[in-house]
Design a protein around this ligand. Sequence first.
Ligand code: PLP
Length: 354
Amino acid sequence: MSVYNFAAGPAMLPTSVINQIKRDLPSFNDSGMSVMEISHRSDLFENIINGAKTNLRDLLNLTDDYEILFLQGGATTQFATIPLNIAKTKHIGLVDTGHWAIRAQEEAKKAGITVDTIASSKDNQYHNIPKISQPQQSLDYIHLTTNNTIEGTAYDQLPDLKHLVLDVSSNFLAQDYRLENVDLIYGGAQKNLGIAGLTIVIIRKDLIVDTDLPSMWNYKILAKKNSMLNTPPVFAIYAADLVLKWLKDLGGVPEIENRNRQKSSLVYDFLDNSKLFNNTVEKKSRSLTNLVFSTGDPKLDKKFIEKAQENNLVNLKGHRLVGGMRASLYNAMPYEGAEALVDFLEKFESENRR
Ligand code: PLP
C-alpha cells in the first residue's frame, strides 16, 4: 500500500533512497554484508562517513572554518552539550519561539548556564517569529530555533545578529539561509536527512577548545576522532549520505527551497480561501515544512484525521500541545503529496459545510 506520510519525524524518505537501501541491503558494495553488519573501522564505512561530510559541506557551501560532527543523542542532548562546550562566560541569549526553544532553555539552565530571553512571541501564542535586535548585554551566543515544528512558524531569513547558534532540526537543508554569522548549527537527522539515530553538529573550528568535559560531550575529542570515539550510528550515517546525494543531484538547497515553497503555497493558498479550515500563523512567519491548521472544532478535526487516513494521507494529527492538524512537507514529500492533501481538504470541506 502506498501512502503519503505527513509525519513530523521520523518522516518519509525520498523513494529513490528507499530503493537504493533495498538494493544495498543484501550485499553492500559487493562485500557480502549488509550496511548494518559492516565495521565502523572498515574502509567501507570510512568512505561513507567521509563522503557524507563532503556532500554536506558542498550542499551548505561550508568553508574549512567549520567542522562537521556526526553524533547521537538527538538535538535534545545538544541543548546542554552546546553551552557546556562553547559558552565561555556561561551566559547566553535565546529567542523564545515555542516548545523546542523552551526545551533548549531548560536544558542549558540545568547545565549551569544563565539564559536571557532576548525576544519572545509567547504573548501572541507563538503565532509569529518575534522581532529581534542585537542585545546590549554581552552574551556567548544567541540561540534560535529556525523552524518551530509544533507551532508551524519559521524564520524566512536569519536575523542580522552575531554569534548565532541554530537548532535547524525541522528545516535543515530545506531553506537556503545565509550562514555567515553562525557559530553552530545542529539538529536531528530524522526529518530531512534520513533516519533517527544521527545528530548533526556543524561548528566553527575556532570554537572547539580544550575542556574537561566527559569524552562523549567533548567536541574537541569528538572532532579529533572524526566522530568515531565510540561506535557511530553506521546505518543512519549511510542513509544520510544517500539523502545528501539525492539532494545534490536534484540541484541542492536553492532548488529544494523552491520546491518546498511551491508545495507549502499550494496548501496555504487553499487554507487562506477555506471557510472550514484555518491557519493562525502570521503570514510572514509561516513554516515551509510544518503546516498547522484546524477547523476549530476538535470533533471535526478528529473526523478529518480519520478520513484522511482512510484515503492514505497519514499522520496528519497535530502535536498534542496544540491539537488540530499538522502536515509536515519535508524535502522528501513530492509535490503530488501536497496536491493529494489539497484535493482531500477540498472534498472534506464540501462534504462538511457548516
Ligand atoms: N528541536 C526541534 C525544532 C524539534 O522539532 C525536535 C524534535 O522534533 C527537537 C529539537 C528534539 O529533537 P530530538 O528528538 O532529535 O532530540
